[in-house]
Design a protein around this ligand. Structure first.
Ligand code: UDP
Length: 418
């Protein structure tokens, strides 16, 4: 039996306090004009985003920046975070894993737990909105009670996951809810094929002014370095910044690092990962990685870093790795490239959208530990080459993966929905 838990419904998520004008240098003039005109056209359309964690993971990272700017652009936007007992997050992590290709089936009790909490969170929403955006499978089934209660509302499902290899039973279960929304939004067009629906593709973005991504002052860097503990920031540094999740393959990163060290004995590895509220697997995966690292003084496992510390790590690393086995987009790739740090990434999901092999980083087959080690080694051995790749990475992100473009995409979507 699930533990009793007080349902406090959905709570507002945190948002950043910057203004559109602050992004001037990252926004071409025609683009600024378009944000103004689409915002004015919207005439105050009210939007609500619902997700399942206020921090940690890419969705919270995106909403933190997108929500305040949407408000300023003329689209009154709220963000609510679901609340539920741990059993709900066990089920939704199973949904997440099943969508990413793990052989998962939902038994009747799991379905009941999922629907009980999506119903309770829907019941806790008492305001009417013109557009409600449900993020990922966690909130998807809220469509049923909400569509009954608010027949005038337009519902969007924003799928951040790559479901191209999803377990068929799960596709069938979730497909029923997907079929009820008015619009599906994905990071790559192929992601919608799994559900057999049309979708709008919107690439995620990073916020160049957030404490995660902006330049740090000397004092901020010094404080952030303290957060990184004993890590020698002057050693050849390899880092992966990711939730401790099997799909991010942190154990594979440790294996690759061990090979790198044959040629670069002085190299160090940092695996930095948060433990978001909606990811119950974090601790077990952390333990597995700690076992794999086996007390190796060259490997640091860090959790709950401040945004400034993640920023410093991505900046000071000589190579950032994103060795995912499945990946919806991977904001961490753009975050590193923006800081001119070349990335060795797996050729899965959203990573090839960001990395062009040999141009701004390297792509490797997701399971290929020797190739991962080889590309890391090449970058450590050739700092001038690494610098050239990093410089091109910065240009890629500036052109395609910054917040002002993302804001405009969302405003245009909302305009199209009304
Ligand atoms: N992140 C963080 N601290 C950590 C690990 C991750 O702040 O210890 C952030 C990371 O910087 C990025 C987000 O969490 O902004 C992860 O997003 P991504 O799209 O890469 O992966 P997801 O977690 O959504 O699968």
């Amino acid at each position: 039996m699930p533990q009793p838990c007080e349902c406090r419904g959905v709570q507002p998520g945190p948002t950043a306090g910057r203004s559109i004008a602050d992004y001037g240098e990252f926004t071409p003039a025609p683009h600024r004009e378009r944000v103004r005109s689409v915002g004015a056209e919207l005439g105050g359309v009210r939007v609500l985003h619902v997700n399942s964690t206020a921090s940690g993971g890419g969705v919270a990272e995106l909403l933190r920046s997108l929500v305040p700017l949407s408000n300023e652009a003329g689209c009154p936007t709220d963000w609510r975070v679901m609340e539920a007992e741990p059993a709900f997050f066990d089920v939704t992590k199973a949904l997440h894993n099943g969508l990413q290709g793990k052989d998962v089936t939902l038994d009747p009790e799991m379905r009941e737990t999922y629907l009980r909490w999506t119903d309770r969170n829907a019941a806790a929403l008492t305001e009417a909105y013109d557009v409600v955006v449900l993020h990922d499978p966690q909130s998807l089934a809220m469509i049923d009670p909400l569509a009954d209660r608010y027949p005038e509302t337009t519902f969007v499902w924003r799928c951040h996951i790559d479901p191209t290899d999803a377990a068929p039973g799960l596709l069938e279960f979730l497909g029923e809810y997907v079929g009820r929304v008015d619009r599906v939004v994905v990071s790559r067009p192929e992601y919608a094929d799994a559900f057999g629906v049309d979708a709008t593709t919107i690439h995620p973005s990073i916020d160049p002014l957030s404490s995660k991504n902006r330049e740090l002052t000397a004092d901020e860097s010094a404080a952030a370095a303290t957060d990184l503990g004993d890590v020698d920031l002057d050693a050849p540094l390899v880092a992966q910044v990711s939730r401790f999740d099997p799909w991010k393959d942190p154990v594979g990163v440790v294996e690759a690092y061990r090979r790198v060290r044959d040629d670069h004995p002085e190299a160090r590895l940092v695996l930095a990962g948060g433990m978001p509220d909606d990811d119950p697997e974090g601790e077990a995966v952390f333990e597995r990685v700690a076992d794999a690292a086996d007390g190796d003084p060259g490997v640091a496992l860090l959790t709950d870093l401040s945004d400034e510390a993640v920023n410093l790590l991505q900046r000071r690393a000589d190579v950032v790795v994103q060795k995912s086995l499945r990946e919806g987009f991977a904001l961490t790739v753009s975050e590193a490239l923006w800081k001119r740090t070349p990335v060795v990434g797996a050729a899965v999901g959203g990573i090839p959208l960001q990395i062009e092999d040999g141009t701004n980083g390297y792509l490797v087959a997701p399971e290929d530990v020797p190739a991962t080690a080889d590309r890391i080694g090449r970058l450590l051995a050739g700092p001038a080459h690494a610098e050239a790749l990093g410089e091109r990475g910065r240009a890629t992100v500036r052109e395609r993966f910054l917040l002002p473009r993302h804001l405009l995409d969302w405003l245009e979507l909302v305009a199209d929905l009304r």
